[in-house]
Design a protein around this ligand. Structure first.
Ligand SMILES: [Zn+2]
Length: 144
């Protein structure tokens, strides 16, 4: 186990795949294309049906955010692009519910952590997670 990590950010991602992509195909991409071995891109992965998978223990670094991985916990939903491959918020209602509850749980555990989208980090030229995290969180909370 790594020394205890100081979690500064809870980072939201999309897999930048179709929402129908399988967990296996995503893992294969990390291993074969990105050459990340068995280390995943995220700690948590949320399927279209809302099921959340733990891919990595929170004590370990994932490959979520370049140069910031030692201080991040990364959560991703499967999806994030439309049929033409353009960035799109494809989250199902169930994915949103799961995402929100996971963020709440992590904020209890790491009260000083900030919740950011991947693209909110400086020098990130990606649309990930294909929606504005801050705006979504403020509206989502209003629903309750
Ligand atoms: Zn990302």
């Amino acid at each position: 186990m790594n020394p205890i990590r100081k979690i500064k950010y809870i980072v939201i991602h999309c897999t930048a795949t179709q929402p129908t992509a399988t967990v296996e195909s995503i893992k294969r991409y990390w291993k074969d294309v990105k050459k990340w071995g068995d280390t995943p891109g995220y700690h948590y992965l949320i399927k279209a049906d809302g099921e959340i998978l733990t891919l990595l223990d929170e004590s370990k670094n994932s490959y979520g955010v370049y140069a910031h991985n030692s201080e991040c916990i990364s959560i991703s939903y499967i999806g994030g692009i439309d049929n033409l491959g353009k960035p799109k918020d494809t989250r199902t209602v169930k994915q949103q519910v799961t995402m929100f509850s996971k963020i709440s749980e992590l904020l209890h555990k790491y009260p000083n952590a900030k919740v950011l989208g991947h693209r909110d980090f400086p020098d990130v030229h990606k649309a990930c997670p294909s929606f504005d995290v801050k705006t979504w969180l403020s509206h989502y909370q209003l629903m309750f």
